[in-house]
Design a protein around this ligand. Structure first.
Ligand SMILES: *Cc1c(COP(=O)(O)O)cnc(C)c1O
Length: 419
């Protein structure tokens, strides 16, 4: 017999901490007593175990650029599946996916495949430290780079949502090498570089912030980071786990014309299966074992199913119609939501902040009315629309969202604010 959402949640809480395998999934901050348990998805629609259907604006937090159960992705994965799920030895699929990434992302000359964005960020930090022989890092408050020890300070959505400022279990020695600065604040970065520049290994940044809601880079911000890194010999690292293949085929670095030394990729790169990557200049990447001395490895890295899914998606991104379509859908959604609060959008990522002021950084973001957002979330859910279960996340636009899904969403949000 199929279990309902409540049955599953009771059972899950006995077996899995909090009943979930990633904290934001508990959906507590939007006032739900129990999370939705999903059963299936198709295109822009998702269905929970109780048989309710929703227009899905979460899309597994971004990977599904062509929507759920995309036919081409399924066929490619099915073809790979019958040939075996993992070999722990090189396969052609890895080379194909690497070629697509290198072709698409301007700064990436060589790439290594891993299984999650966290793993990619962790390995990138190690490589940057090895290459510069320095330890210090700069990151920005409200930016998230996975749950990497050194990068967990002021780390955006998950921790903002749960009200956790920093996390026990990170050794103070590790945390003390990380300098946390306000996003979009060039003066603060310049001052930190003046003080710590000689010991600075890297500046890590989400080139469009997505983990405190969408916060675009202020004009000149990314360019200034590039200059400051060059001036002190630190590496510039773009975390494009969300923005990669989303805000342009080549990510934010293509869209804004600023070239980082290293790039972290995830989400879309795996086409909905567990794959992520990090890449950059060949001279840096060749510091990795086995050619170099920086150790990094993974049993399931470059997994055949994940590379098949990723390649199937990335190959289709060569068609400029993909980005025209995403832009057009994003613009329609933005135009419809604009009058309800501060809407910030870059291409196919958008946040409606429950406030009226522009959001440039973390301090601005937390001024949003999260209770009102929670009420909006529940109102929309009752009308068959699944918004992000946190104010500090994006709505992810996909090619599976048609005018009808967009307009129904605007209407549901509208009758919440107008009532
Ligand atoms: C999701 C995300 C990560 C972490 O990726 P996981 O696959 O969840 O480990 C890292 N950086 C950014 C910008 C992300 O949005």
């Amino acid at each position: 017999m199929a279990l309902t959402r409540s049955d599953l949640y009771v059972r899950a809480q006995r077996l899995i901490p909090g009943g979930v395998n990633s904290p934001v999934r508990a959906m507590r901050s939007v006032g739900l007593d129990e999370p939705l348990f999903m059963r299936s998805g198709s295109g822009a629609l998702i269905e929970d175990v109780n048989g309710n259907r929703y227009i899905d604006w979460v899309l597994s937090w971004g990977p599904l650029l062509f929507g759920h159960a995309d036919a081409e992705t399924l066929a490619t994965v099915a073809d790979a599946l019958v040939r075996g799920t993992t070999f722990g030895a090189p396969t052609e699929g890895e080379v194909d996916l690497a070629a697509e990434i290198v072709d698409a992302v301007p700064s990436v000359e060589m790439v290594r495949l891993v299984s999650s964005g966290t793993e990619a960020a962790m390995s990138t930090v190690r490589l940057a430290r090895a290459a510069t022989r320095r330890d210090r890092l700069i990151k920005f408050s409200g930016n998230y780079h996975g749950h990497v020890d050194a990068l967990l300070a002021s780390a955006g959505s998950g921790m903002m949502t749960l009200g956790i400022p920093s996390t026990p279990g990170v050794p103070s020695g590790v945390a003390s090498d990380t300098i946390v600065l306000p996003y979009n604040d060039v003066d603060a970065v310049a001052a930190a570089v003046a003080q710590y520049g000689e010991g600075l290994a890297a500046i890590l940044v989400e080139p469009v912030a997505g983990n405190m809601g969408v916060v675009p880079p202020a004009p000149g911000f990314l360019e200034a980071l590039r200059m400051l890194c060059d001036a002190c010999g630190a590496l510039l690292v773009f975390d494009e786990v969300i923005t990669g293949f989303r805000v342009a085929r080549g990510g934010a670095q293509e869209r804004y014309g600023v070239t980082p030394d290293l790039t972290i990729l995830g989400k879309i790169v795996g086409g909905g299966l567990p794959a992520a990557a990090f890449g950059g200049r060949a001279d840096l990447m060749e510091r990795l074992a086995p050619v170099g001395d920086v150790y990094q490895a993974g049993t399931l890295s470059g997994n055949p199913l994940a590379t098949a899914a990723g390649t199937s998606v990335l190959r289709r991104l060569r068609d400029p119609a993909v980005y025209d379509g995403l832009e057009q859908r994003g613009a329609r959604l933005e135009a419809g939501l604009e009058r309800f609060g501060t809407v910030q959008r870059v291409g196919a990522m958008l946040t409606l902040f429950c406030q009226d002021d522009p959001v440039r950084n973390y301090d601005d973001a937390v001024r949003s009315d999260t209770d009102r957002y929670g009420a909006l979330f529940r109102h929309a859910l009752d009308r068959g629309i699944y918004l992000a279960p946190s104010q500090f996340e994006c709505m992810f636009v996909s090619l599976a969202h048609g005018d009808e899904e967009i307009d129904r969403t605007i209407e549901a949000v509208g009758d919440f604010f107008d009532s």
